[in-house]
Design a protein around this ligand. Structure first.
Ligand code: NAP
Ligand code: MG
Length: 499
């Protein structure tokens, strides 16, 4: 059960007024340059904490520590059961400290406290799921057709040092999603959080030490992506990059990783279609379509931002989603009744309001919302109105580009074939939704959509056991699910002549 109110004081032990440091080789240290940057609370625009700003030298130190811990350190001697035990201890610590973690993300990212507290279950479940996998990694004995007696078998080995680069839209959960499979596989890690939300990944670093994870196994280096992220992606001592972020940065990472041919997995952007048929249960589809975008103020990669509605119900549906949207409570992320907080940063505010202007200029009609949200009690915060644009055409910028804000583009369609074709007519392929009571429709559309996830009569469900990721320019590789851990493993074939 959640308490109705949680005091921001819960983070006072962590935010003690001193700069937050980098975690390198089991110690919290300042950046080599001595530089810091401000972590901002987007609900007020005020400085929350000073954070050590890493540079290339700090990445060198962190990678060297991760290399030592992997190549000769204690981590490589941990048995699967020991890795599992450590991850389970970390899960318990995360569970026990989650009020503080949730408050850090609420203050740093602006996500409503009720939502950040609800993320506990997923963070803990991810750690326990991958802890389970630590003891299931195995090779195979494979028959071969060589002359004579030759035994062949495979061994799975950890890939080595992993560079994990995460976005700001769910900092703690993203950090756990990278860290848990890497550690379960026996890898070591250098984690690079995003500058707009650097704090909770540092708290995760503290909990890793408390759980008994040896020095150098988990390192956390904040700093500008163009410097610290780029250095990590290019580093010859890093064996794999696991990245979540924008498609443009993903492309830069692939280029940077070419130097030592790192393995790269990418979870990138999206412009996901959410398709509502006229036979759908509209009482479920109306909130479903709205919250498929407005959750986390639209700052979710798989948000169902292109809302295709069958023509016969288009006007009614737009009206009903507008009515629902007007009732959403936008405001202070600290208020347990708030449903939408601010955007993460001033940069993001400029970006999203730019798209709102572009939509209007290109002839879309804001059925609800359409501008920045300004009021005395929201002063200084980066708030925008949750917005539904009607009369959108496929060619408009708001229907083509990822906005990463609370903006829905509603588009009418006639047939299932047309909805699939137009749904697929983008370079992305991350999420997708179908709302229908017709089973054949559901199957036909689910089969036709080129997307990593298809949600039928629901949206955005996630589970550690079910893979998530993108087709096309939404990425490569899948996170979660039984095969995710393979991305952190090498396969060695051993041949033994026994005859
Ligand atoms: P971003 O600008 O690509 O940043 C992501 C991360 O990469 C940040 O840590 C960033 O650091 C770092 N970075 C920036 N430039 C880099 C470079 N040249 N080399 C290496 N790292 C670099 O994305 P964002 O604005 O944080 O996040 C929003 C994007 O992430 C959206 O496109 C969204 O769709 C995508 N996303 C995808 C998923 C998914 O699972 N598919 C989930 C969430 C978000 P700094 O921020 O410190 O510069
Ligand atoms: Mg912040």
């Amino acid at each position: 059960m959640l308490n109705a109110n949680l005091s921001p004081d819960v983070v006072n032990g962590f935010l003690d007024g001193k700069p937050k440091l980098l975690l390198i080789d089991g110690k919290f240290v300042p950046a080599v340059s001595g530089r810091t940057f401000d972590s901002i609370n987007p609900a007020t625009g005020k400085v929350l904490a000073q954070v050590a700003e890493g540079g290339v030298e700090d990445i060198d130190l962190a990678v060297a520590a991760a290399r030592r811990a992997f190549d000769d350190g204690p981590w490589s001697r941990f048995t699967p059961f020991e890795r599992q035990a450590v991850l389970l201890r970390l899960a318990d610590l995360v569970e026990a400290n989650f009020d503080e973690i949730a408050m850090l993300d609420t203050l740093d990212l602006g996500a409503p406290i009720t939502n950040t507290r609800a993320r506990k279950q997923r963070a803990v479940a991810l750690l326990r799921y991958y802890a389970g996998q630590a003891t299931t990694i195995h090779g195979q004995t494979l028959p071969n057709s060589s002359a004579g007696e030759v035994l062949s078998y495979t061994v799975k080995e950890p890939i080595g040092v992993v560079g994990a680069i995460i976005p700001w839209n769910g900092p703690f959960g993203m950090a756990v999603w990278k860290l848990a499979p890497a550690l379960a596989a026996g890898c070591t890690l250098v984690l690079k959080p995003a500058e707009p939300a650097p704090l909770s990944p540092l708290r995760l670093g503290e909990l890793c030490l408390e759980a008994g994870i040896p020095p150098g196994v988990v390192n956390v280096v904040n700093g500008p992506g163009s410097v610290v992220g780029a250095a990590l992606a290019a580093h010859p001592g890093v064996d794999k990059i696991s990245f979540t972020g924008s498609t443009a940065t993903g492309q830069a990472i692939v280029r940077a990783a070419a130097g030592n041919v790192k393995k790269v997995t990418l979870e990138l952007g999206g412009k996901s279609p959410n398709i509502v048929f006229d036979d759908a249960d509209l009482d479920a589809a109306v909130p479903g379509a709205a919250m498929a975008v407005f959750a986390n103020s639209g700052q979710i990669c798989s948000a169902g931002t292109r809302l295709f509605v069958q023509r016969g119900i288009y006007d009614e549906f737009v009206e009903r989603v507008s009515v629902f949207t007007r009732k959403l409570r936008v405001g202070s992320p600290l208020d347990p009744n708030t449903q939408l907080g601010p955007l993460v940063s001033e940069v993001q505010l400029e970006r999203v309001t730019g798209y709102l202007e572009s939509g209007k200029a290109q002839g879309a009609r804001a059925a609800v919302g359409g501008g920045r949200l300004l009021s005395d009690d929201l002063a200084g915060g980066y708030f925008v109105e949750p917005t539904l644009f009607a009369d959108v055409t496929d060619q408009m910028k708001i229907a083509q580009e990822e906005i990463f804000g609370p903006v829905i583009s509603a588009l009418p369609f006639d047939t299932a074939e047309e909805a699939v074709a137009r749904g697929n007519a983008t370079t992305y392929g991350l999420g997708s939704g179908v709302w229908t009571n017709n089973l054949a429709n559901a199957h036909r559309v689910a089969k036709g959509l080129r997307a990593g996830s298809v949600w039928v009569n629901c949206y955005q469900l996630m589970d550690p056991a079910v893979p998530f990721g993108g087709y096309k320019m939404s990425g490569t590789g899948r996170e979660s699910g039984p095969d995710h851990i393979e991305d952190f493993l090498e396969t060695k074939a051993v041949w033994i002549k026994t005859g």
